[in-house]
Design a protein around this ligand. Sequence first.
Ligand code: NDP
Length: 284
Amino acid sequence: MGELLKGKPVADAIAKEVKDRVQELKAKNIQPKLMIVRVGERPDDISYEKAAIKRMQGCGIDSQVVLLPADISQNDFIEKLKSVNNDESVHGILLFRPLPGQIDESIVKHIISPEKDIDCFNPANVAKIVEGDKTGFAPCTPRAAMEILKYYKVELKGKRAVVIGRSLVVGKPMAMLLLEEDATVTICHSKTPELSKLTSEADILVAAIGRARMIKDDFIKEGAVVIDVGINVDRDGNICGDVDTERCREKASLITPVPAGVGSVTTAVLAKHVLKACCLANNI
Ligand code: NDP
């Protein structure tokens, strides 16, 4: 029976390290600050915002929310985002996406400067992940998955990794981060034929699909490490991942639960990114 890779100890360890370093910065009169920009009242955004604010408080990081109406015009949105970006007291900016349809993401993604873009919206940070440039910021979710693998000492070098999903928020950056650690990486998606044949060769399997419990035990190699990034609501209204955890546990050696897995590490990574942005801004 595979061991559950719980996110909480990982998040606690990251948060403690961040808190200690924030104390050192405060002793030098430097106060890290996160600005959250939320457009509208989507419940998922609000619940992540609450969790993020609590995490920042726990780490000694200031946070503030700019709330904009869902029907804001593109011009007004750009003006607001520019003013947040130009605020020198702000080190990191988290912008909830997707943005409403009237706002063209291909234009606004350039506004948050790469140094403050702690969740990897700006293409400059996407490029840095591909280049392996450590001054960039990967999106918090794939970075959280990597933190779990690191915390539980999962060997990645030379291993076969399969990532299901190719979004810019999870799948693609996840593949790049695994490649950076010398895994041999395959990316799968909805047009991949014989998906289970590929996934059942993976030492490390990452599911970032958005389909409740789609990954069954016949997708899994005996002894594989399974990282479930999915957050779905099943027919009974329960939160579940992309992996059928109970069935896959029989074969996997290590497996992240949902909830209490990857999702519970993302706010700690967010705090780590604000700290890093603050250090970069102060040449530390
Ligand atoms: P997207 O919808 O943007 O991407 C889903 C990917 O899965 C696409 O690449 C799609 O392929 C692929 N896919 C869909 N169906 C299949 C299938 N039947 N077989 C193989 N591949 C398939 O989702 P995101 O990347 O934004 O998110 C993925 C999951 O992660 C979601 O459940 C989301 O809720 C969760 N998530 C969790 C976070 C956390 O903090 N834990 C944060 C962000 C997301 P194609 O490109 O061909 O369409």
